[in-house]
Design a protein around this ligand. Structure first.
Ligand code: SF4
Length: 370
C-alpha cells in the first residue's frame, strides 16, 4: 500500500502548484519559502547504536511568507511546528528540502546547504523569540549584556555605543532604560518577554520567528505583547512566522494560518477564511476549543473532543494520519490513502479526501460560532 500513498511534498501544494520542481525557483512575492522540508531524526538502538527507524518530525512541508506578513503555524504539541522553526534558523540540519530566503538586494539563497560560517550573516536577518522568557535569558547576565550581546558578538557596538543602543531598544519595547543593569529575575514574565524581543531586534532583523512567544503569559499580558509585536511589525517592517498551539492567539495577529498535524500541513488559508470556513476536520476540532468570551454564544458552541492521542511520528497511521481520531473517517479510503494537500478554493489548501462534501463548523467572527 505504501507505493500508492501520495505525500504532501509531492502534491499540488502552495508552492509546487506555481513552481518548477528543482532549482532556486522562488515565488516572486515571497521573502521565505519552505519547499518539501523534511526533518527526520534517527532512532538508534543496541550496542552499535544502529539506526532502527526515524522520527519524522517534519515530513514534506511547503509554505511561503510574504514580506511584512505574519504566517501562523499551529498544531498540538509534537506536531513538528517548533522543529520547522528551528530548521529555518538552521539550529537543525534538515534531512531534505529547500529553505529559500530572499535577501534585501533580491538575491535568493537556499539556507540548507550553508555552513555555520556562511549562516552567520543570515542569522542577523532571521531571529527567534522563544516561549519561556525566563529560561531563554541568562539569569547571570544583566539586561544590558543580554540585549547587547548580539551587538558585541557581531562587532557592531560596544561600550557607550552599545549602552545607547540597548537603551533605545528597551524604550522601543516599552521598558525603562534605567533598568538595564538589573537581572532577569527582577522582571515580571511580560517584561522578560519584552527583554527577549529587544534582544531579537538588536541586529535589525527582517524575519522574526516567534516560537510560542506568548504561550507562557497571562491572558492580559499576552494581549500587551501581541500589541507590541504588531506595533513593531508596522514600525520596523518586520515579517513574522508565529508558532503557536492555540488558534485563539494566531487569530489576533496572523494574516494566514497553516495547521500542522504529525509533521505535515493539513490546512493553509487566510486567517478569516480558515476560521469561518475550515476545510479539515482537525482544524474544526482546534477551532471548537477557541474560548468564547460571550456567554450567550458560549452555550451554542460544542467542543469537539478528539479521541486518542497524537500519533507517534516514528510510527504514524496508514492513509490519512488523522483517521484514528477523525469523526468523519470513512474507514476505507481514509485508512488506506493519504490525502494530498490540495487547493480547495483560491488560496485555501486542505489535506482531506472529503473537504468538498463535509460541512464543518467554523468561527465567523472572533468568538462567534458559525
Ligand atoms: Fe478525516 Fe478522512 Fe478527511 Fe482524513 S481524509 S481528515 S480521516 S475525512
Amino acid at each position: 500500500m505504501a507505493d500508492t500513498i501520495r505525500h504532501n511534498g509531492d502534491a499540488a501544494t502552495p508552492d509546487s502548484a506555481h513552481l518548477p520542481a528543482r532549482g532556486l525557483a522562488m515565488r516572486d512575492d515571497a521573502m521565505l519559502q519552505v519547499k518539501s522540508l523534511k526533518m527526520h531524526f534517527p532512532i538508534r538502538r543496541g550496542f552499535f547504536r544502529q539506526v532502527v527507524g526515524h522520527v519524522k518530525a517534519v515530513d514534506g512541508v511547503n509554505f511561503f511568507i510574504r514580506p511584512g506578513e505574519t504566517l501562523g503555524l499551529v498544531g498540538e504539541s509534537g506536531c513538528g511546528k517548533t522543529t520547522t522553526g528551528r530548521a529555518i534558523i538552521r539550529a537543525y540540519h534538515p534531512t531534505a528540502g529547500e529553505i529559500l530566503y530572499r535577501r534585501k538586494d533580491g538575491t535568493v539563497v537556499d539556507l540548507i546547504p550553508k555552513t555555520n560560517k556562511e549562516l552567520k550573516s543570515y542569522h542577523r536577518e532571521i531571529r527567534m523569540i522563544f516561549q519561556d522568557p525566563f529560561s531563554s535569558l541568562n539569569p547571570r547576565m544583566p539586561v544590558l549584556e543580554i540585549v547587547g550581546e548580539p551587538l558585541k558578538v557581531n562587532g557592531i557596538a560596544k561600550g557607550k555605543e552599545m549602552e545607547d543602543r540597548v537603551a533605545s531598544l528597551l524604550r522601543r519595547v516599552g521598558l525603562r532604560p534605567e533598568y538595564m543593569r538589573r537581572y532577569p529575575h527582577a522582571f515580571s514574565g511580560g517584561e522578560r518577554q519584552r527583554i527577549g524581543i529587544a534582544r531579537a531586534l538588536a541586529l535589525e532583523p527582517r524575519l522574526v520567528l516567534c516560537d510560542e512567544a506568548v504561550s507562557a503569559l497571562d491572558v492580559s499580558v499576552r494581549a500587551q505583547i501581541l500589541n507590541l509585536l504588531e506595533d513593531l511589525q508596522a514600525e520596523l517592517d518586520l515579517t513574522y512566522l508565529f508558532i503557536a498551539h492555540d488558534l485563539s492567539v494566531v487569530e489576533y495577529i496572523c494574516d494566514r494560518v497553516a495547521v500542522m498535524y504529525v509533521g505535515k500541513l493539513v490546512e493553509l488559508a487566510a486567517t478569516d477564511e480558515l476560521y469561518a470556513n475550515p476545510q479539515h476536520p482537525y482544524t474544526e476540532a482546534l477551532l471548537s476549543a477557541v474560548p468564547q468570551p460571550d456567554p450567550a454564544l458560549r452555550s451554542r458552541k460544542q467542543r469537539i473532543v478528539l479521541e486518542g492521542e497524537v500519533p507517534d511520528p516514528a510510527n504514524p497511521p496508514s492513509g490519512c494520519y488523522f483517521h484514528p481520531r477523525c469523526p468523519y473517517s470513512d474507514g476505507t479510503r481514509c485508512v488506506n490513502e493519504e490525502p494530498p494537500l490540495r487547493e480547495i478554493s483560491p488560496d485555501h489548501y486542505a489535506a482531506c479526501h472529503y473537504s468538498e462534501t463535509l460541512r464543518l463548523r467554523g468561527v465567523v467572527a472572533p468568538g462567534v460560532v458559525a
